[in-house]
Design a protein around this ligand. Structure first.
Ligand code: NAP
Length: 260
């Protein structure tokens, strides 16, 4: 039976890529360092031998194409790829199908093509989470790089319970396999957008940024909050850093899932 498997590397703080979609933080790791005897828990050759189709989002697809332009054969083009996108994207080689919409609409097509083998959910995290919510994600195979990024493209931006199945080490990387248990009930209300808050210390809400819309079946509401946070202004030529409190007036839009 086809398993859907999210196989990826991540920073320790849960990012697939930095804000500029860069993976330099990953490629700069020395995988030969402190080599661990035996195959890795998430050994690529062992994993990919069971795969019959790949699924990914548009940004990941574009990133792979960019890598390939630089001469790295990278991903297995001999397998069918399913790329979720709203755009018209180039398909330079191989068996590539562009899809859009809810994962469950495409389940039978993906599984027919995978022909009993596994589906590699390549990423990104939002698409992996969409698949998980559709009941189309069995497990998550992770390689944790010894680096934190602070921001970037999230590994899995939803609330799910997971169960640790196995763990290990591969050189400088921590490795782990988690079974996907199910969505947490507190996912019923999830953040779907914020307006940027005033950060100049005056306490006045100034700017409004792009407001995301709520998914079908959800209703949006605005939950204002007003807190005081320490502000770090950093060292200046006039003297030491200025750390003071500023007022953050934030309007957070959350979407309530009407189906739950
Ligand atoms: N560390 C690793 O090993 C690893 C693994 C995988 C990915 N990555 C990196 O992580 C980053 C992930 O980028 P990302 O978070 O933006 O995720 P992504 O899933 O690669 O791309 C998201 C885009 O896919 C399209 N999309 C997603 N769901 C869709 C749907 N249901 N229907 C139609 N289109 C859909 C949308 O683009 P459009 O609407 O514009 O088409 C969406 O903006 C990339 O930089 C990638 O290279 C790293």
């Amino acid at each position: 039976m086809t398993r859907y498997r999210y196989y990826t590397a991540t920073s320790l703080d849960g990012f697939l890529a930095d804000e500029n979609n860069s993976l330099n933080w990953l490629f700069e790791q020395d995988s030969g360092e402190q080599a661990t005897p035996g195959p890795s828990l998430v050994d690529y050759d062992t994993f990919s031998a069971t795969v019959g189709a790949l699924v990914m989002g548009a940004t990941t697809y574009r990133s792979i194409l960019d890598e390939l332009k630089e001469g790295d054969p990278g991903m297995p083009f001999s397998l069918p790829w399913f790329v979720f996108t709203h755009q018209t994207l180039a398909a330079p080689a191989g068996d590539i199908t562009f899809l859009q919409g809810h994962p469950s609409e495409h389940r039978s097509r993906i599984e027919t093509v995978a022909d009993g083998r596994d589906v590699w959910m390549v990423g990104g995290g939002g698409l992996a989470a969409d698949f998980a919510e559709a009941g189309m994600l069995n497990d998550i195979l992770l390689t944790f790089a010894p680096v934190t990024l602070g921001a970037g493209k999230p590994l899995f931006p939803r609330r799910f319970n997971l169960q640790l199945r196995d763990q290990g080490r591969s050189g400088p990387f921590l490795t782990a396999i988690y079974d996907v248990v199910g969505a947490r009930r507190d996912q019923a209300v999830r953040s779907c957008g914020t307006t940027p808050s005033d950060r100049d210390g005056a306490g006045t809400a100034m700017a409004t940024g792009p407001q995301q819309t709520c998914a079908p079946g959800t209703t949006g509401r605005v939950v204002p909050s007003s807190r005081r946070y320490p502000r770090w202004d950093g060292p200046t030529s006039e003297g030491p850093a200025d750390q003071r409190l500023y007022r953050d007036q934030r309007a957070t839009s959350v979407c309530r899932d009407d189906r739950i």
